[in-house]
Ligand binder design. Structure first.
Ligand code: KIV
Ligand code: ZN
Length: 527
């Protein structure tokens, strides 16, 4: 793919390594929406999932392979026949399919997880890569826990994987153990000692347990790696993966040092981050690099003074280069459809005419209730419109809730079921939200453990829209959702209902699953 030696391939694993982290699971509709947005963003490879994990995962990878044109579509597989065949079947309809085969190589994994000798690991790696190559031209191989693998053995496995036909070799820092100079030394060693490595793309995949994922990735790029594996907002197992927006902007901002480039349209980084955050319900920390709310806010007087005199005194990147508009265009109730359409498109959203009409109606209602409508308001309207269209089990038809000092708090709700029935019930509780959630539980017949609940203003004005975030635990898994309304109690009800819908969708998916978990230690022989 990359004929320019300085072109870095961006491999996005938001839908695989990212999606498997707590609170980040997505349904098919959401995965497709994210995959289309990743394509718009300009990623080169989308790792769409782990097809053997469940019928739902297989379907998602297959649908993305069929419908998202442009990037390579990749499916993950352990080094065994069933996984590899399933991954190959899921991606085969893509214009450019890839199978990513992995097998752990470190002494700890060999001894305690796989119970395999070095020879056995090499044999299986070779057989796995060959089996994938028999079906798909483009095969990536990952020696899992590479950064804790003995260097001589790592080099041997990698060389054998290349001989077997791997076209990309990925070196994962699976547990986030590496530090930049150590990780760079591994890449350097492999480049010097592995025969045939120049025929392959050398890839890096870092986890952020020590907060070093981006630093390690950059160190590896400096040594000649030319594929970065990353996720939007850095979501992923435990402390997450390399954040796409950070590593891409580091390459761009320090072009003078690295001399590298990517195919990413950086102006879509902020909208992409917001979209993922909205879809998963996982908020981005305020001070997160590149896409956090404070990433371009200058608070100190000295900094503000410097900025006014010359921006480059305190700004190394322009917010508009990552899709954050510097000047907020305030819209009001007299603003027309054209101005709204323009603003939505500037914010990075591509809506159909029907979606735009609906956003326009909600915008007019909002402008009646609120004097000025800001970008964040419009984003919230656009995002909630993009979620409509999924056939949710429950929707809010109406509610009342009463609260006051010394009085009993109660709430009543009317909910619409997917089959068209409207069901009503009421409950009391410790405050209006508790009462509301209890009334919703009574109607839907669910009883969820709320583990986190937050409300924040979308903008800073007094009549701002409120955004509610609800996280629940269900069968040991965490699910979350967000919703926005001018009324924070309504936003809370909407967010809670969204979580209930996610639980229902997950239950349907789980009923179809052959097993609950994918045991990493079970590695059936490659036949
Ligand atoms: O972290 C890891 O080792 C992985 C592999 C499957 C590449 O995610
Ligand atoms: Zn990983």
């Amino acid at each position: 793919m990359a004929t320019d030696p300085n072109r870095v391939i961006v491999f996005d694993t938001t839908l695989r390594d990212g999606e498997q982290s707590p609170g980040c699971s997505m349904n098919l509709h959401e995965k497709l929406e994210i995959a289309h947005a990743l394509k718009e963003l300009g990623v080169d490879v989308i790792e769409a999932g782990f097809p053997i994990a469940s019928p739902g995962d297989f379907e998602a990878v297959q649908e993305i392979a069929r419908r998202v044109e442009g990037p390579i579509i990749c499916g993950l597989a352990r080094c065994n026949t069933a996984d590899i065949d399933r991954a190959a079947a899921a991606v085969k309809d893509a214009a450019r399919p890839r199978v990513h085969v992995f097998l752990a190589t470190s002494a700890i994994h060999r001894e305690f997880k796989l119970k395999m000798s070095r020879e056995e690991i090499i044999r299986r790696a070779v057989e796995g890569v060959k089996r994938a190559r028999d079906q798909i031209e483009d095969v990536e191989f990952s020696p899992e826990d590479a950064s804790r693998t003995e260097l001589d053995f790592l080099a041997e496995v990698v060389e054998k994987a290349i001989e077997a036909g791997a076209t990309t070799l990925n070196i994962p820092d699976t547990v986030g153990y590496a530090v930049p100079s150590h990780y760079a030394a591994i890449i350097r060693h492999l480049k010097q000692h592995v025969r045939g490595i120049e025929k392959c793309v050398l890839s890096v995949h870092c986890h952020n347990d020590l907060g070093l994922a981006v630093a390690n990735t950059l160190a590896a790029l400096h040594e000649g790696a030319r594929q970065v594996e990353c996720t939007i907002n850095g979501i992923g197992e435990r402390a997450g993966n390399t954040a796409l927006e950070e590593v891409v902007m580091a390459m761009r901002t320090r072009q003078d040092y690295y001399g590298l480039n990517t195919g990413i349209n950086t102006k879509l980084l902020f909208p992409m981050s917001r979209k993922l955050s909205h879809v998963t319900g996982m908020t981005v920390q305020r001070n997160k690099a590149i896409v956090g709310q404070n990433a371009f806010a200058h608070e100190s007087g000295i900094h503000q003074d410097g900025m006014l005199k010359e921006r480059s005194t305190y700004e190394i990147m322009r917010p508009e280069d990552v899709g954050i508009s510097r000047t907020e265009l305030v819209l009001g109730k007299h603003s027309g459809r054209h101005a709204l359409r323009q603003r939505i498109s500037d914010l990075g959203y591509h809506l159909t005419d029907e979606q735009l009409n609906k956003v326009f109606d909600s915008f007019k209602q909002l402008a009646d209730r609120k004097k000025e409508v800001y970008d964040a308001d419009i984003e919230a309207l656009a995002e909630s419109q993009m979620q409509v269209g999924q056939s949710n089990l429950w929707s809010l038809a109406g509610f009342t809730s009463t609260a006051g000092t010394g009085s009993q708090t109660s709430a009543a709700v009317a909910l619409k079921h997917r089959d068209g029935r409207i069901l009503r019930d009421a409950a009391s509780g410790n405050g209006p939200i508790d009462a509301l959630f209890a009334a919703i539980d009574r109607v839907t017949g669910t009883e969820l453990k709320v583990v986190d609940y937050r409300v924040r203003a979308v903008t800073q004005d007094i009549d701002a829209q409120g955004e509610a975030y609800v996280e629940v635990e269900h069968n040991g898994k965490r699910l979350s959702a967000r919703a926005v309304s001018v009324d924070v109690v309504e936003a809370s009800a909407l967010a809670y209902l969204e979580v209930i819908n996610r639980v229902a969708a997950r239950q349907t998916r789980d009923r179809l699953k052959p097993t609950d978990d994918i045991p990493h230690e079970v590695v059936p022989p490659v036949t």
